[in-house]
Structures are given as structure tokens and as C-alpha cells.
Design a protein around this ligand. Structure first.
Ligand code: XMP
Length: 510
């Protein structure tokens, strides 16, 4: 199977490159920019793509790759910082531009061969850079330019090296996908041989190879990711897999029962259900810091899995439904991106973990996981459910997590979801949930003064959870949700609507 490696120089769009390549039917993975060339060679890629990045190639401490990557014998495409790096390492010249170029530009095509075959002249491209290539390296032809960027596309077909200053991976570059397709298919000569089916076969074989006759515990969270992970591991090793679903007392109403049912009746996989709500609540008592909550919850999960592993006897592997956004937003495991929050199944893992991890979905985005779930025969309704964070309602209860506050949030959340479904909004949204704030406000109910808690409604649309827009809900729907929550949930006298996008906010409040 063809494989394209994307070297990550820190751009917020790196993951989009890998994803667009996979959409074109070629398997793609991201590696940090400083991965040793010997390691890259081992991966046996058929092409390399160098991502964008926020730094300048000529500044001290800039992320540089070895120029040996250009001698691997595979075609290379540099994007934004990637093309500047190419120029910098191969004898061209990169300089600061007199003004940063951020936004739309029109691409003038100077030679419609290789990379720009079939691309419309003056088409819209997306630019985001402070430096530019002033002089391309020897043997490179300049084949595209924009009003502000004289060297916008460079090509050296003889060396099979290509570069673009614009971002073909973002939707604002109208024919970006066609540019990537030209690179992959015409220039690198690849075939679109990646599909969910082939992904399943590859992952199942990989799991078999790494686990052998070992036993695996799979931690279920109630969501699609851990379910799909379990199904893949089950395909690979059958009865040597034990699924454990921990009720941590921080689940939504009906979530525990729903998942147990899906596993037992429809998927015929054995699941051990464990009620550990007391343990989680005890550990969370008095804890306010979001990161501490996440770490405590991660730790408690692991302890329970370890105890189960002990009972089963020598289960040394732990399968987790970690997906790409968890990886990129937690510890900077692959590449130089910043830590946003510790997703409990990535950054929240305790040090000295005794398990070896099995994480077959690490490179995938949510919608890819959903496509995979469909391929594996998971119920459509289950697949379409909104993502739910591993630390559960704990990160939606700001301030201290207590039984009483969980009960309040659960009720408010149930009403919200009921109304969202009634208004036929559920499937148009990425997530819809309620958040409980750590403040009280004054109200008046039946001539009595109240001093109660505040519920926030968060309804967002997103493609992959990396960015999100708040959803403009009709006011009559908002009004019904608010009236019902205040009337039906004891202890809440105010409902507010969150109108922030991600970025600058995140989707969850903690
Ligand atoms: P944020 O809040 O970072 O969330 O914008 C992005 C997406 O990830 C989900 N999320 C998590 N999922 N473990 C998970 O499995 C976690 O710790 C976690 N934290 C956030 C969140 O619900 C959203 O869809």
C-alpha cells in the first residue's frame, strides 16, 4: 500500500494535509519534523510532504529537517514553511516579506505542467506567511505567482521536488485538492489504494503482530472511538480481548445502559461493567483545577483497568480509542504543537504505566472513525451520537464535582438533548451539551428570591473538533429549553447561551 508521510513543522493545518491525502485515497501519516532520516526510511514512504509552520527558516532554533530528506529518492512537496525550507536547504533564498500575506490571493499560472496541470488561471488560493522565497534553488522553475508573492509555486521535475507558498489543504484554496492530486498521482505516480476496508485489514494485522498471544483490556468510554477500537482488537485477537466499561458516575443519563446493550445484544462481545462512581467522586472531592480533574480521572481509570488485568491474568495491553485531535491537543507527542488540554487517554496517563498501549485510531479524525464504524457494522444511530469527553461531566461541572451538582447537570443536559432532538437539530450539530457554572445568581420565582446556579448551553458545529462554530439556534427553541430547565431542574434559576467559536474558546469548558 502507498504511504505518504507528512513532516510536521508546527502548522495548525498539518493534520488537514494528512486528511486530504487520505480523502484522495492514499494512506498518510504525520511525523515530527526532526524524525531521523533512518526512521523515515524504515516507514518506506512513496512521497513526503513538508507542512507549514509559524517560524522563519533563517531564525535561531527554527525547526529544520536534514537535507538528506531530499535524497531519499521519493518526491517531496513543500507547503508554505515547507517550500521555504526546501529553498533554504537547497541553495535558494528566503527573506521576510515587506508585509505579511494572510488571506485570499489569486494564482497566476506561469507554466501549466506538473503541479498546476488543469488548474484554472487566477484561481483563489489561501496565503498565510510572513516570509517568502526570493530566489528558488538552482534547477527549480517558478511556475506560479500572486500579486504579492513572486515565487508562489516552484518545481524541479528532474529531482521530483515541488513547493507551493499557498495552502492547498485548506478549503479556501479552491483547487487545492487538485494540486495535491497532481502531486500524488501525476508526479509521484501513486495509486489511490487506501480505503476503510484496507485500513481495517492493515490495523488488524498490525494488532495481531504486536499483541501476539497476549491479552488486551479495552477501556470503553461510552462513545464511538472506544467501541471501534474494541471491534478492531476483537477482529484481531477474539477472546483474548476483555472490554471494561467503568461507570465513573460522570456519564450522561442512559449512557451506561445504552452501551452495555449495544455490546451484549448487537455486537456479541463480552463486557465487564464496573460501578466505580464512589471512587471517582471521592477522589474528585474539593478539586477545582481542570487539569487536576483530568489527571485524577485518568489515574483512577488505569487503577481499575490494572485490577481487572490482574483478575484476568497477565493482560499486559490496554486498548484505547485515542483519535488524532486527542493526540495533537494533548502532550505534543508528534510534532511541535502546543498542549491545549490533557485528554485523559493521552496526556492524562500516569507515569510508570504498566500497560502497553494499543491505539489503532491514533491517526484518524472523528468522521473517519465514523466511516470505519459503519464498515464494521455498528448501528447508525450509535455512530451518529455526539462525541463525549473521557472525563465526562467532570469537565462540564466547573468548580467542585459533587453528587448534587452532577444530578443537576444531568437533568439539564437531558432536557437540552430532548429539545434538540425534537427540533431536529441533533444530526446537524457536532455537540450539544449543558455546562454548570461555579457561580450563583439572584432570581425571583413565585415572589420568592432565589440564589441558584447557572447553566450554560453549548451547541456547536464542527467538522473535526479542531475548530468549531456556535450554532445560531432559533430563539423559540432556546426559549423552550431555558423555560424547561429553570422549571424542572431544582437549583437552577438562570440559563445562558455560549456564543464563542473555537478558537479562541475550546468546545468543552475545561
Ligand atoms: P475541546 O474542548 O478541546 O474538545 O475543544 C475537542 C473535542 O474533544 C472532546 N474532548 C475529549 N475527548 N477525552 C476525549 O475522548 C477527553 O479528555 C476530551 N476532552 C475533550 C470534546 O468533547 C470535543 O468534541
Amino acid at each position: 500500500m502507498n504511504k505518504v508521510l507528512v513532516l510536521d513543522f508546527g502548522s495548525q493545518y498539518t493534520q488537514l494535509i494528512a486528511r486530504k491525502v487520505r480523502e484522495l485515497g492514499v494512506y498518510s501519516e504525520i511525523f515530527p519534523f526532526d524524525t531521523p532520516v533512518s526512521r523515515l526510511k524504515k516507514e518506506n514512504p512513496q512521497a513526503l510532504i513538508l507542512s507549514g509552520g509559524p517560524r522563519s527558516v533563517y531564525e535561531k532554533g527554527a525547526p529544520l529537517a536534514s537535507d538528506a530528506i531530499f535524497r531519499l529518492g521519493v518526491p517531496v512537496l513543500g507547503i508554505c514553511y515547507g517550500v521555504q525550507l526546501m529553498a533554504h536547504l537547497l541553495g535558494g533564498k528566503v527573506v521576510p516579506s515587506s508585509h505579511r500575506e494572510y488571506g485570499f490571493a489569486h494564482l497566476d499560472i506561469l507554466a501549466r505542467g506538473g503541479l498546476l496541470k488543469g488548474i484554472k488561471d487566477r484561481g483563489q488560493v489561501w496565503m498565510s506567511h510572513g516570509d517568502l522565497v526570493e530566489k528558488p534553488p538552482p534547477q527549480f522553475a517558478v511556475t506560479g505567482r500572486t500579486a504579492n508573492t513572486k515565487v508562489a509555486v516552484i518545481e524541479s521535475p528532474g529531482q521530483r521536488l515541488f513547493g507551493v507558498q499557498f495552502h492547498p489543504e485548506v478549503i479556501h484554496t479552491r483547487q487545492g485538492k487538485a494540486v495535491l492530486a497532481n502531486f500524488l498521482f501525476s508526479l509521484a505516480g501513486l495509486k489511490p489504494d487506501w480505503s476503510m476496508k484496507s485500513f481495517i485489514e492493515r490495523k488488524v494485522a498490525e494488532i495481531r503482530r504486536s499483541v501476539g498471544r497476549g491479552k488486551v483490556i479495552s477501556g470503553l468510554s461510552g462513545g464511538v472511538d472506544s467501541l471501534v477500537t474494541s471491534l478492531l482488537v476483537h477482529r484481531a485477537i477474539g477472546k483474548n480481548l476483555t472490554c471494561v466499561f467503568v461507570d465513573n458516575g460522570l456519564l450522561r443519563k442512559g449512557q451506561y445502559e445504552g452501551l452495555m446493550e449495544e455490546f451484549r445484544r448487537k455486537l456479541h462481545i463480552k463486557v465487564i461493567g464496573i460501578d466505580a462512581s464512589d471512587l471517582f467522586l471521592r477522589r474528585l472531592a474539593g478539586v477545582i483545577s481542570p487539569e487536576r480533574k483530568r489527571k485524577i480521572i485518568g489515574r483512577a481509570f488505569i487503577e481499575i483497568f490494572e485490577a481487572e488485568a490482574h483478575k484476568i491474568g497477565r493482560a499486559e495491553f490496554l486498548a484505547q480509542g485515542t483519535i488524532y485531535p486527542d493526540v495533537i491537543e494533548s502532550a505534543p507527542v508528534k510534532g511541535p504543537s502546543a498542549t491545549i488540554k490533557s485528554h485523559h487517554n493521552v496526556g492524562g496517563l500516569p507515569k510508570g504505566l504498566r500497560f502497553r498501549l494499543v491505539e489503532p485510531l491514533r491517526e484518524l479524525f472523528k468522521d473517519e472513525v465514523r466511516a470505519l464504524a459503519a464498515e464494521l457494522g455498528v448501528d447508525r444511530e450509535f455512530i451518529a451520537q455526539h462525541p463525549f469527553p473521557g472525563p465526562g461531566l467532570a469537565v462540564r461541572i466547573l468548580g467542585e464535582v459533587t453528587l448534587e451538582r452532577i444530578a443537576i447537570l444531568r437533568e439539564a443536559d437531558r432536557i437540552l438533548l430532548e429539545e434538540v432532538r425534537k427540533a431536529r437539530l441533533y444530526h446537524r450539530l457536532w455537540q450539544a451539551f449543558a455546562v454548570l457554572l461555579p457561580v450563583r445568581s439572584v432570581g425571583v420565582m413565585g415572589d420568592q428570591r432565589t440564589y441558584h446556579q447557572v447553566v450554560v448551553l453549548r451547541l456547536v458545529q464542527s467538522v473535526d473538533g479542531m475548530t468549531a462554530n456556535w450554532f445560531p439556534v432559533e430563539s423559540r427553541v432556546l426559549s423552550r429549553i431555558s423555560t424547561r430547565i429553570v422549571n424542572e431542574v431544582q437549583g437552577v434559576n438562570r440559563v445562558v447561551y455560549d456564543i464563542t467559536t473555537k478558537p479562541p474558546a475550546t468546545i468543552e469548558w475545561e
